[in-house]
Design a protein around this ligand. Structure first.
Ligand code: X8Z
Ligand code: ZN
Length: 580
């Protein structure tokens, strides 16, 4: 007997009923969310909040009901589904309908507030959105303008503090009804191992890459001192967050021109190449689609092109943060993005299509298995493909011409490290902070101070000026108001190199990993698809093994990819301070 008072039969019928009910409610919630995210109004917000509350309510109810059945005589598939039912949510809600609706309304409202954030930049008279402020952070070299854009955007968090506090309370009550101590424990329980062990796995992976991050940090700090001077950038302290070319200092490739290896001459600029060809947003997505098709995957359905939102509409508020959708859990896949013609968005469209091709590959699984092996897998697929965007590949698809000056290997690797290695501690910090918020170790009176403590501890960055508790800077990062767990991106950042290394081998790509491209490799495509099609029908180490032959997440692929750069950075840093 698995559970007291259980009935020994009927788990199969129960699961059948549960899956069909959840499929219906999920489609309704997806449709309502899509309408909300692409047409933000008071009414679409209310409709989305209600649909989500219904879905969450049913999931909690079914997860509780499942404990009445014993799984002793259940098939392995039924046992896994029963386990997954309790783990399906990233937002649980109290069973009280009023409270559940209050919670989903809070999340919708915070997401809406984020989407509507605007700021009038220094020397301008028009309010602009996050994308325009992000452009200032990438392009301006004027510390006052940078600080203004940074501070102006962070004001968006201001009004969210009370809502966030209440959301934490209600979400935790929901998690407790499902038997978790708090929402953070619930999030950490989704990895086919005890939640404490998952936290240790994360630490282990961080330890593998931390020395490399510190070395990159030291080099960047020293080069920024050269640009901005000793008064702006400390010799041995944290780097001011507004100088790194990104609103959250989460990836630093935006300021590559400031950091390029001193010996490097002209380097290839993908943004320029795309703009000079008059690339349209649709064409940008076509490039990414073409890559997946070259691996043997089916082209996107016509409905993708008809129904996706590729650019920011001028007549209404939308959620611009990029996302990939699966509206009917079959083939109605779409993306929602406010595409700009840049090298960064070239990466992002690959990222998003990775989600869509994954969704489509597991669509034939039973409903409860229509998810990625773990959430880091979902985030890693498109990025893995984008690692194959090498100079040779760009030549192949006509985005550069023979004789175009390209960065040398050091330059290429430095650019990639500014995208991927700079990201690692940010990917870690967001949920290191949120885990403590959900556990109560951090209370509302300390939200902002601790946010910066954690960010400084891991990233070695500091706000441009002291930030008080009247601010709520976590609210200025999309995934916090939108309740999206973030550790997935840290895992994906490591997994994508593990995937790339394995697929490059399948593709027979010799030479250094950073020059390997799996473009047009049916062998690599076959292997990738075999993993994607599993969905979450198996524990994630099984899926990892199908793709890589390994059963543990490992940063060895990342370290191998960057080996030449690590040596170069060590030379550059000789005699200079490391750490903060
Ligand atoms: O949120 C995203 C994707 C959608 S899943 C655009 N990313 C994280 C972020 O923007 O903070 C991708 C990288 C990290
Ligand atoms: Zn993603």
């Amino acid at each position: 007997m698995g559970v007291s008072g259980g009935v020994s039969s009927g788990i199969g019928a129960f699961l059948h009923r549960a899956e069909s009910r959840l499929l219906d409610l999920s489609i309704e919630a997806q449709q309502a969310d899509w309408v909300y995210a692409t047409h933000i109004t008071l009414d679409s917000e209310a409709v989305a909040a209600k649909a989500n509350s219904r879905l969450i309510g049913a999931t909690v109810e079914l997860a509780k009901e499942s404990t009445r059945y014993t799984t002793d005589r259940a098939s392995p598939e039924e046992a896994r589904k029963t386990k997954l039912l309790r783990l399906a949510l990233s937002l649980a809600a109290p069973s009280n309908v009023t409270e559940s609706q209050e919670l989903t309304a809070l999340v919708a409202a915070m997401q809406g507030a984020y989407a509507k954030g605007r700021h009038v930049p220094l020397g301008s008279s028009e309010p602009v959105d996050l994308q325009a402020l992000s452009r200032i952070l990438t392009e301006s070299r004027d510390p006052a303008a940078l600080e203004d854009a940074w501070t102006g955007w962070h004001r968006v968090g201001h009004g969210m503090r009370a809502d966030f506090t209440r959301y934490v309370d209600l979400a935790n009550r929901g998690a407790r009804e499902l038997g978790f101590e708090d929402t953070g424990v619930m999030w950490r329980s989704k990895y086919d191992m005890p939640p404490e062990q998952f936290a240790q796995e994360v630490d282990r992976l961080w330890q593998q890459v931390e020395p490399f991050y510190r070395s990159l940090h030291a080099y960047v700090r020293r080069r920024l001192r050269g640009t901005y001077g000793d008064a702006q950038v400390p010799v041995a302290g944290p780097i001011p967050a507004h100088l790194l070319g990104n609103m959250w200092s989460q990836s630093w490739e935006g300021i590559y021109p400031l950091l390029a290896p001193p010996q490097e001459g002209a380097h290839f600029d993908l943004t320029k190449a795309l703009v000079s060809r008059g690339t349209t947003p649709e064409q940008l997505v076509r490039y990414a689609e073409r890559f997946f098709v070259s691996l043997g995957l089916e082209p996107l359905p016509a409905s993708f092109w008809e129904r996706s939102m590729l650019t920011r509409p001028r007549d209404r508020e939308v959620v611009c943060h990029a996302s990939a959708w699966d509206l009917d859990y079959a083939d109605d896949i779409r993306i929602k993005m406010c595409i700009e013609i840049t090298g960064e968005d070239f990466q992002t469209v690959h990222h998003e299509l990775g989600h869509n091709f994954y969704q489509r590959a597991y669509a034939r699984q039973p409903f409860l298995f229509r998810e990625s092996a773990h959430d880091g897998f979902h985030e890693a697929v498109g990025d893995t493909i984008a690692l194959s965007v090498t100079p040779e590949y760009l030549l192949r698809i006509g985005l550069s011409e023979p004789g175009t000056p390209e960065a040398d290997d050091t330059g290429l690797l430095l650019h990639r490290a500014l995208e991927k290695v700079a990201f690692l501690p940010f990917g870690l910090a967001v949920d290191r902070w949120r885990w403590k918020v959900f556990s109560g170790a951090i209370g509302p009176a300390d939200y902002n101070r601790t946010w910066w403590e954690v960010r400084t501890q891991y990233q070695g960055v500091a706000p441009p000026a002291p930030r008080g508790e009247e601010e709520f800077d976590p609210g200025a990062k999309y995934h916090v108001p939108a309740n999206v767990p973030y550790m997935r991106y840290f895992l994906a950042d490591i997994l994508q190199f593990q995937f790339h290394r394995a697929l490059a081998k399948d593709a027979g790509a010799g030479g250094p990993l950073h020059r390997a491209s799996i473009f047009e490799s049916r062998e690599a495509g076959h292997r990738l698809l075999a993993m994607l099609e599993l969905g979450q029908s198996r524990e994630w180490p099984d899926a990892l093994e199908v793709l890589t032959g390994e059963r543990r997440m490992d940063a060895a692929g990342l370290l191998e990819y960057f080996a030449p750069l690590r040596r170069w950075l060590d030379e550059q840093n000789e005699g200079h301070p490391i750490g903060w």
